[in-house]
Ligand binder design. Structure first.
Ligand code: SF4
Ligand code: SF4
Length: 384
């Protein structure tokens, strides 16, 4: 397993530091918009001179509070995020001027109705599918314009197309740097651990200035490449190369990613909405800005889209490009869309790609850690 760098920051440490940075920014008058999903076109938030902050919670702590109003049989991400809001214990929620939600899964969609009683929550109506293409793009484009108007009304500003185009270019540069970093996983043997790849990718949301994030990714990519060229290039490894797919895994990172690597696998790509999945496609820099944003953000390959062929096409590309030996899918408890889709993911991975597949369903507790270890151990043993 690759060692973590000496200055490695855990997700919790990065989140903690982010609080203080965000407080400083708020004190100086910074606009802040909270969000929950990769479908939200953050370019518009930057064009409004605001910063987006992710409110997706990964902690078990606020779940009990969330369950006082939400059913226990609901995705832990939704319960924890709502629990934070209810108890006013998440500084990112506290500092958000308003929240932007989206109609992705039913649990989140209905939770937003309750959340709106705590803090203003603007909901974007995401189409359920991408076809017929023109109708879906038009519908999503209209919602994107409605969100731009919301930002204008809320902050009493006018957002020019020029500002949006500048934000598109800047975000595209960030995507390039992010992509280069995540594509380090293609190296054989790997240059850094999957745990580091995933943690750094998720924690980057706590560095609020895009330019800072870009230079941070570039720096770590260069360091890792230098190390690989010096120490790893040409060496062989018998550790299986694993792709992790499925639901956002921040809340199960240690239980899943760390365990897989401690038990002998190398996670070389994390195909979730916080990973490479969303960095490959840039926003077109020419033509109508709203159509360009609609095209990019409608193509996020999440299981809430039906049908969801682009996810399978992308998985196939990752399996080939990253020389994957096996796929592990993580399903958050009661996430129906990923859970139902996992049947086809298993079929695709095992039948079309001829690779072993393991599906693990879990929540944010540690109660099933022992079971995780046993199942991952058996899976890795089968690969050896
Ligand atoms: S998994 Fe899907 S619905 Fe959930 S945050 Fe990611 S893109 Fe949004
Ligand atoms: S993991 Fe699934 S159920 Fe949970 S918020 Fe994302 S799409 Fe919804």
């Amino acid at each position: 397993m690759q060692k973590l760098p000496e200055n490695f920051e855990t997700y919790d440490e990065a989140r903690q530091k982010g609080f203080l940075r965000l407080k400083g920014l708020k004190d100086s008058g910074q606009r802040v918009v909270g969000l929950f999903c990769s479908y939200v076109p953050t370019e518009l938030i930057y064009a409004a001179d605001a910063i987006p902050v992710s409110l997706c919670a990964n902690s078990e702590e606020p779940i009990a509070a969330g369950e006082t109003q939400l059913p226990a049989n609901l995705c832990p991400l939704i319960k924890a995020s709502y629990g934070f809001a209810l108890t006013d214990t998440c500084p990112y929620f506290y500092f958000s001027d308003f929240v932007v939600g989206e109609t992705t899964c039913d649990g989140k969609k209905k939770m937003f109705e309750l959340l709106n009683d705590i803090k203003e929550t603007f909901v974007m109506y995401l189409p359920n599918g991408r076809e017929p293409r023109e109708a879906a793009i038009n519908a999503w484009r209209n919602e994107i314009i409605r969100f731009k108007e919301k930002l204008e009304d809320f902050y009493h500003i006018t957002i020019s197309e020029k500002k949006i185009r500048e934000a598109i270019r800047l975000k595209n540069r960030e995507r390039e740097a992010f992509q280069d970093f995540l594509e380090l996983g293609m190296l054989m043997p790997p240059a850094l651990s999957g745990y580091e790849l995933g943690t750094k990718a998720d924690a980057s949301s706590f560095t609020f200035k895009i330019e800072e994030r870009i230079s941070d990714f570039k720096k770590r990519t260069e360091e890792a490449l230098e190390y690989w060229n010096k120490e790893r290039k040409g060496k062989s490894s018998d550790r299986p190369r694993i792709m992790v797919t499925g639901c956002p895994n921040r809340g199960v990172r240690d239980k899943l990613l760390k365990t897989i690597e401690e038990l002998g696998g190398d996670i070389v790509i994390i195909d979730t909405c916080g990973g490479l999945r969303n960095q490959l496609q840039k926003v077109r820099e020419e033509g109508d800005v709203y159509t360009a944003l609609a095209e990019k953000y409608l193509d996020v390959t999440c299981s809430v889209m039906s049908p969801n062929q682009p996810r399978f096409d992308m998985m196939g590309k990752f399996i080939d490009d990253f020389h994957i030996d096996a796929v592990v899918e993580i399903i958050l408890q009661a996430c129906h869309t990923f859970n139902v889709e996992s049947y086809n993911v298993k079929r695709y991975v095992t039948e079309e790609k001829g690779l072993p597949y393991l599906c693990l369903e879990s929540d944010y507790s540690q109660a099933d850690k022992g079971q995780f270890i046993t199942r991952i151990e058996a899976f890795l043993e089968m690969l050896s």
